[in-house]
Design a protein around this ligand. Sequence first.
Ligand SMILES: [Zn+2]
Length: 167
Amino acid sequence: MIKKCDHSGCTKAGTCRAPKTRDLKEYWFFCQEHAAEYNKNWNYYANMTPGEIEAEWERETFGAPLKDKNSANADAADYAKFINDFLTGRASFDNASTRRTLPGPVMTALKTLDLPVTATLREVGARYRALAKKYHPDTAADKKSAADKFAKIADAYETLKKHFAKK
Ligand SMILES: [Zn+2]
């Protein structure tokens, strides 16, 4: 019997295998289209632990893992604030006082990460890390919807990184 594609709502046959975890013991079964999407968006981080994602993000953003105590503390404070804002729905996308005109994909990416238009790269990174941990397949409670969310978050982060690189 052929399994259906594991992507929520998809009714095609799940003929393509994609690893769920780094030990390669469990697999998703996707149709070709969703396997391609999964590989593009998620596979890179899916094979890393949340700790490794964090170290990788620090390397990407700062060129090295954070060592400086002050910036590490500031980061922890950012992290706590963003988590709190996120959980309480207080993120201020719609009431940002200084509205700037940003390209559509950048606005969409900010909305996905629930950030204001004034967000800095540091804020984007902190939010991304918080959400990447929350929706990481190793730690998320609902793994299937977490996979979708994780892919969207990773996409949004890529868009924002490119946007900041152009500045
Ligand atoms: Zn599918």
